[in-house]
Write a protein of this length. Structure first.
Lengths: 462, 172
């Protein structure tokens, strides 16, 4: 562990100028073959999704496999899954900033971008589920000719509109503010149209010490706001379930259980993306073993908490002495969707524990596989909570089952397409590593004024 | 007549040492331009702590007030609807949206205050002194009265601390 802590954050003995060059280089040259290998399938998947969504909007959501008993299934699963993915980005950019974890600097930019794209993917599902997405503006309380008829502020679904809307806006603002100094770097290296574009978006940044001083305070303030926000967002998402009368959906455990699950899945997705990025974009010196090990630790911790939450759920069901609740959980584990419960436990509880083994966490390939398994597991967690609870109603005569239609699967594939297409475009056109932040953690630059004064004295003495 | 002296450095410790020496000579440091935030430079060149947290606070209070008022007004006064027999003034149910509005208004207020106070807006022409400031160069500007410190003394400071470039201009 001590070896992890003392290993340099950035390897290769980079100077500030080298950092600028390394990060800007992929943006100033044509895409590599690896980029195309990623982009072609991603955009194809996106196209499949667009076709599926167009078809289901023009036909109606009867194209889904829902029935009277299982009225919520794939789209809400995907919604909760994608919102959860976003949470790690905020955690890395905000919570780790407040805790002064310097290792975040290599990955915070792309993790924040991941948040934004994941929230876009998430937001699409409720929009599609409306059936009439052209009336989507009805979710906002604006003066209208229908009374004015206001939205229902007591409904968790409306809380969700505000929570997701705020989350998206604040994440975008935080990400953009972080980008401004780096856009100025790009502006000062570019010519022609690129110079104009970067110049426009870098807001005339001049690197003045006064601006930097305010800028840093602004980032800390936004981080302090984003930290409780991220906790509130998934708590509100869990409240969508908690207002239902279904056993197992209104447990007190739900908000923390959802939040930690979100962080867990989000970190797994960050690991997946970072391992791809460091290999494809040749950022091995910036996204080092130390970063991967740090994220592995978080994965083990959050995975263990998620495991504890599963056990607590089962225990509370038994301890409640409520036959309905006991039945729901027995059905979840041993009922027709028991296979999905098995996948969930295997992927979320068992596989991350392998990271305790040094050989496993030192192998990039194994960490990559585990990170993907965790994402699969977390998708199934939401699927189990939703479908396995709904399919066995209070009334056995209305018991039913659910299977997704090809349209629903195509929509899920399309959301992955959208996510990866957006992420790959981001890698091509914006600096995916925070240049100015990396420079401030380079060895030799890590000193404050007092320490450098001492260093200077020592130099004079020598 | 006031003169402005500019010096360009390529190392952070050299920049800080030069700034300290200028301070000892009681030269006024106008500003420094940096590729990344250098810690401790605020106190050295006398930048007062920003008042941005007050803007955040004001934004938060505004957000809470607006959200509470609007939720009460729309559900209790404008069109009172009986939803599941819940009271019109169902404060606990208003808490999540009030909280989200606190964060939203406070966050946006902070961001826009930063842009306004630092004169940052889209399309603003850049005022950058050296195009390598956003790469790896540090620039400082000091102002002095002609008689107070001779040119040679200032140039000597720059040279001793390894300035890679320096120039002076006469300010009106």
């Amino acid at each position: 562990m001590s070896a992890t802590q003392t290993a340099p954050l950035i390897t290769g003995g980079k100077t500030a100028a080298q950092v600028t060059r390394d990060v800007c280089q992929p943006l100033e040259h044509g895409p590599t073959i690896y980029w195309w290998i990623g982009f072609v399938p991603a955009s194809t998947a996106l196209l499949v999704g667009i076709i599926a969504v167009t078809y289901q909007i023009s036909t109606g959501i009867g194209t889904w496999g829902l029935n009277r008993t299982v009225g919520w299934a794939f789209d809400i699963t995907n919604f909760v899954f994608w919102v959860g993915i976003g949470h790690a980005g905020t955690l890395i950019s905000a919570v780790l900033l407040l805790m002064r974890q310097k290792w975040r600097t290599s990955i915070n930019r792309s993790a924040e971008a991941m948040t934004i794209f994941a929230v876009i993917c998430a937001g699409l599902f409720p929009l599609i589920h409306m059936g009439r997405p052209w009336l989507a503006q009805w979710v906002f309380p604006y003066p209208n000719t229908r009374g004015p008829l206001w939205v229902n502020f007591r409904s968790p679904l409306l809380w969700d509109v505000f929570a997701i809307g705020t989350y998206f806006t604040i994440s975008l603002v935080f990400w953009y503010i972080g980008l401004v100094p780096d856009l100025a770097t790009l502006r000062d290296r570019a010519n022609g149209l690129r110079k104009k574009l970067f110049g426009w978006f870098s807001l005339g940044w001049d690197g003045s010490a006064r601006t930097w001083s305010r800028y840093e305070v602004c980032c800390v303030l936004l981080a302090a706001l984003a930290t409780p926000l991220v906790v509130s967002v998934h708590s509100v998402v869990s409240a969508d379930f908690a207002t239902a009368i279904l056993p197992g959906w209104h447990a007190t455990l739900f908000p923390p259980y959802f939040v930690i699950g979100a962080v867990f899945s989000g970190f797994a997705m960050v690991l997946t993306l970072m391992i791809i990025a460091r290999t494809v974009m040749h950022f091995e010196d910036y996204i080092t073993k130390r970063h991967i090990l740090a994220m592995c630790k978080i994965l083990v911790f959050t995975g263990s908490v998620v495991g504890a939450a599963y056990v607590t759920e089962l225990f509370m069901a038994w301890y409640s002495a409520s036959p309905n609740e006991q039945f729901v959980f027995a059905n979840r584990v041993m009922g027709p969707m028991g296979w999905a419960y098995g996948i969930m436990v295997f992927c979320n509880v068992i596989t991350p524990q392998l990271l305790w083994i040094r050989k496993v966490r030192n192998s990039i390939l194994l960490v990559f596989i585990i990170s993907i398994l965790v994402n699969v597991g977390m998708w199934f967690e939401r699927f189990v909570i939703i479908v396995a609870s709904l399919e066995r109603d209070f009334l056995p005569s209305s018991w039913s089952s659910y299977a997704p239609t090809s349209i629903e699967i195509a929509t899920l594939v399309g959301s992955f397409g959208l996510f990866f297409t957006a992420f790959l475009l981001f890698c091509r056109f914006l600096p995916m590593i925070a240049i100015s932040e990396i420079k401030s953690v380079l060895p030799g630059h890590e000193t404050d004024a007092g320490a450098s004064a001492e260093a200077e004295k020592a130099e004079v003495a020598a | 007549m006031t003169r402005r002296d500019y010096a360009v450095f390529d190392q952070e410790p050299e920049l800080l040492a030069a700034i300290r020496e200028c301070k000892d000579l009681e030269l006024r440091i106008i500003d420094a331009w940096l590729p990344y935030p250098v810690h401790g430079i605020d106190e050295l060149i006398g930048i007062r702590p920003t008042r941005l947290p007050w803007v955040t606070m004001a934004g938060g209070v505004t957000g809470v007030a607006l959200a509470l008022w609007f939720q009460y007004w729309s559900t209790g006064i404008s069109w009172p609807l009986n939803v599941g027999g819940k009271p019109f003034d169902s404060l606990p149910a208003f808490v999540p949206i009030t909280f989200e509005m606190l964060i939203l208004v406070a966050g946006l207020a902070t961001a826009f205050a930063l842009f306004a106070r630092s004169s940052m807006w889209p399309g603003r022409s850049k005022r950058i002194i050296d195009s390598r400031i956003t790469d790896d160069r540090f620039v400082i500007a000091v102002s002095r009265q002609d008689a107070a410190v001779p040119d040679a003394r200032v140039e000597e400071i720059w040279e001793r601390h390894g300035a890679v470039d320096s120039w002076s201009e006469v300010a009106q």
